[in-house]
Structures are given as structure tokens and as C-alpha cells.
Design a protein around this ligand. Sequence first.
Ligand code: NAP
Ligand code: GDD
Length: 343
Amino acid sequence: MKKTALIFGVTGQDGSYLSKFLLNKGYVVHGVKRRSSSINTIRIDDIYQDPFLKKKNFILHYGDVTDGTAVFDIIKKTKPNEIYNLAAQSHVAVSFKIPEYTSNADALGSLRILDSIVKLNKKIKFYQAGSSEMFGKVQTFPQNEKTPFYPRSPYGVSKVYSHWITINYRESYKIFACNGILFNHESPLRGETFVTKKIVKGLCNIKNGTQKKLYLGNLYSKRDWGHAQDYVEAMWMILQYSKPEDWVISTGKQYSVKQFVNLVAKYLKLKITWRGNGINEKAFLNKRPIIEIKKEYFRPADVENLKGDASKAKKILKWKPLKDINYLIKDMVEYELNQIHNV
Ligand code: NAP
Ligand code: GDD
């Protein structure tokens, strides 16, 4: 019998890659999308199936993780073997602007799913999309499953709640509930306000002459950036392991935002030079400033130094990241240039 998966957050970057990954594995995939006044399914357009088809293996349902009744009803109706909770207000900076909504979706959302699992069928496996943001003001370097959490945003705090409620339900009700603690992962499908996509899109537009300047915040923040395709495979592997556990997924390599800018500029053959310090630091192209720093893009509290240690997943799950930062940049830039040339 085919396995059935239910993905909350199916319209997001990871939801799109995970859907395709599971369909390739022969799963029937159900996805939860939010009602919106404009189309929000662009990332899954290529796998969309006519709802009137008799034999479908990709089926969408309206729902929202802030709505406990809908969550319960969708799980009851779809009878999944596996649930992936990817639904979240996932922008850290935005979480300072809408902390209450972020907590409702990112903390209580997971509780609503877990509680439905316990009430409906304790055999359903559950994956919670945890984040390296939970390490925040990092207490060890690099960070692994034993590193204490010190979240620095309403987003990070909400994800810590989800992490612990997942463990609590696993221990209390003996369900197969797991946390992935994933470090930043990017792709051509990344949301446009995350820093990698913003840099790639901005520099491609500057090269094309359709944008004059790119405004950024903290250039010295360091991240461990992987490719989303590698990371959705890890999510699936986590649920196939013999025991429900918690796993760090990362590349183990670290770059600053400024290094990421330099790598993208190099790939695009844009010869930029940096001058100035702090808020006055600028990148110039042919003596013209093309990147400037704006204090509005700094966060009330930032996470400055993330680098993961995924030894456990490498050793036990035999997972490893196949795509490095150079592949990631090539993939993101080529996609963006294609978009520009197809307009
Ligand atoms: P994303 O592109 O922002 O996608 C988030 C998804 O959640 C979208 O489908 C979004 O729907 C949906 N969503 C938001 N609020 C919801 C709600 N109240 N009810 C139902 N669905 C809701 O994020 P991503 O990069 O794919 O990340 C997937 C998950 O992994 C998130 O939980 C994120 O916090 C976590 N994570 C991401 C990373 C990373 O680097 N990408 C690292 C660690 C953890 P709309 O399309 O309608 O907005
Ligand atoms: N977004 C953004 N925009 N970030 C900027 C900018 C800018 O203009 N300039 C500098 N940064 C810095 C941020 O201050 C942060 O330190 C870093 O770039 C990365 O920011 P984001 O790309 O927004 O990602 P994030 O690390 O805050 O959060 C992402 O990764 C988490 C995993 O660690 C999100 O995907 C989260 O959902 C995920 O949990």
C-alpha cells in the first residue's frame, strides 16, 4: 500500500521540495494551504492536479495551524502515515512586528497537530520543523543536539516551545514525534525577503540595469547555509529511522552575509569594492555605490554566529549535504537570470 503524507506549509519553499521528493518516492501527498486573496500556490504549480481527477496523488486542503478544528478535521479525513509540520510565520525580523500571531502559529500550531494525533491515531509519525534560531546567542560552537537553547526572537522562542512540546508528547503518549533542528537552507524558491534571495535577486537586477541599489542590514552575521533539496531528504530520513529522536541538520560550513554578497558578485562577474565602516559601509561598482546599509534591516536582537555539527545525522542516518555553497549560488543566480530573461 502507498504511504500517505500530510504536509502543513505545503506552499512554502520546503513544502514544495518535500512534496516532490515524497511523490517521487510513491507517496500520496496531502497539503494544507491557507486561504488567500491572491494565488499562493506558485511553488507547487508544477505538481498541481485537477481536483476532479479520479486518481490523484497530490491533494490540497484549506486550513491553518491557528485553527484547531481545521487541523483535527484534515488529519481525520486524510488518515496520514506521516505528518510534516512546516507551517510557520518563518521570518525572524517579522516575528518582532507580529509576535502574538507568530507564537500562535509557530508554537501552538505544533501543539494542535500533536494533540490531534494523540486523539485520532497514535501511529501517525510527526516531524516538527525546528530551527537553528533556537540556539540564538550560541552557548557552544559548533552547535549540536546537546547545545542549550538561547532564542533571540519571538520566532526562536516559539520554535523552542514546539521543540519541547514535541518531546513532551513523545514521552507522555509514546508517539513517533521528532524534531529536526535545521540550519538555514536556501534555494531558487526561497522567499524574497530572506537575505540570500534578496542578495541574489538584487545583484542580478543591478547587473541587468533594472535596479540601482540594494539595501541590507547586518553584514557580519554568520550562517551555515545549505540547499533546501538536501534538507527535505533529511526530514524524510528522520521519520524512517527506527526510533523517534531529535536531529541537527547542517553543512558545518559558515559564511558571513558579506562573504555571501562577494561570492554572488564574483559569480556574476561584478567587480565590487567595499569602503566605510558600520552603518556607512558601502559596496561600489565602477565608483557607484550599489549596496548600502540601513538600520531598519537590523533586528532588536540578532543571532550572529551559527554553525552546525550534524555528526549524529551523518553517522546514524547516513545523511550528508550534497550541494555546497557554490552550487547553491549557481542554482539561485541561474534561476534569477532566467526569470529576468523570460519577462
Ligand atoms: P516558508 O517558505 O516561509 O513556508 C512556510 C509555510 O507555512 C508556507 O506554506 C506558509 O503559507 C505556511 N504558513 C504560514 N503560516 C501558516 C499558518 N498559520 N497555517 C498554515 N500554514 C501556514 O518557510 P520554509 O523556508 O519553507 O521553512 C519551512 C519550515 O521550516 C518553517 O516552519 C520554518 O520556520 C522552518 N525552518 C526553515 C529553515 C530555513 O532555513 N528555510 C530553517 C529551519 C527551520 P503561505 O505560503 O500561505 O505563506
Ligand atoms: N532578511 C534579511 N534582510 N536579513 C539580513 C539583511 C536583510 O536585508 N541584512 C542582513 N541580514 C542578516 C540578518 O540580520 C540575519 O542575521 C541573517 O542576515 C540571515 O537572515 P535571514 O535570511 O532573514 O534568515 P534567518 O537566519 O534570520 O532565518 C532563517 O533561517 C532560520 C534558521 O536558522 C529563516 O528561514 C528561519 O525561518 C529559519 O528558522
